[in-house]
Design a protein around this ligand. Structure first.
Ligand SMILES: O=C(O)COP(=O)(O)O
Ligand SMILES: [Mg+2]
Length: 226
């Protein structure tokens, strides 16, 4: 029988990357002569990767962004971010213990993120978490990305799992929409990066700490979804 699988979003779910993303975003925006973004702005712009974050920061200032300038600022963002990995980014409280519980219970684990794959692999490796995951799939791993449900279902398949015995854990509307469209139950953490409360997007369940996330809970969610 296929092992059950738990798939995690990365930024704002497993790892608190906000300080570093914000630093790199502001480094890039400064080169484009845009004012720095604060924490609240960051929450509005994050969720679809660096390119969209830069685009949204420009839109918020009613500033036009030509394709070439967009490419230039994205490169500055990515170079700054990549060089600084892991920076101040750390797993949220209880993450490592939760990963250990799921591993002990025989679960497959994977990451499905709108970060670039190389940065995701580098960050997870720098924090010593790479051995937990059977697959780490970023926005450029396939020809589609969240909220396209295939980003999640293909991540599950690549990890050796089955979407019928899967749970997703995320922090944003993007994750919740993705999982729902894939028919996968979704647990939302309420401490990540969203400008509206995750409850509004109607996930299967909301949790406030990884201590609550157990294999028994995941089993119940998978059974209820069938
Ligand atoms: O970095 C982003 O914009 C989103 O990343 P996430 O999908 O891991 O939350
Ligand atoms: Mg996220």
């Amino acid at each position: 029988m296929t092992r059950p699988i738990i798939v995690f979003d990365l930024d704002g779910t497993l790892i608190d990357t906000a300080p570093d993303l914000l630093d790199s975003l502001n480094h890039s925006l400064a080169a484009g002569e845009l004012p720095a973004v604060d924490e609240a702005g960051f929450r509005r712009f994050v969720g679809h990767g660096g390119r969209v974050m830069i685009e949204r920061a420009h839109a918020a200032q009613n500033k036009a962004l030509m394709a070439e300038e967009h490419d230039r600022l994205l490169k500055l963002f990515l170079d700054h971010y990549t060089i600084n990995i892991p920076g101040k980014s750390r797993p949220y409280p209880g993450v490592v213990a939760a990963l250990d519980r799921f591993r002990a219970a025989g679960y497959l684990m994977a990451v499905c993120t709108n970060k670039y794959e190389a940065n995701s692999v580098a960050l997870i490796g720098a924090l010593g978490l790479e051995n937990y995951f059977a697959a780490i799939c970023g926005q450029d791993t396939f020809a589609f990305r969240k909220p396209d449900p295939r980003h999640l279902t293909e991540t599950i398949k690549l990890a050796g799992g089955d979407p019928n015995t899967a749970v997703m854990v995320g922090d944003s509307q993007t994750d919740i929409d993705t999982a729902k469209a894939a028919g996968v139950p979704v647990v939302a953490v309420d401490f990540g990066y969203t400008d509206r409360h995750v409850r509004e997007f109607e996930p299967t369940l909301v949790i406030s700490h990884f201590d609550t996330l157990t294999p028994e809970l995941a089993e119940r969610l998978i059974a209820a979804a069938r």
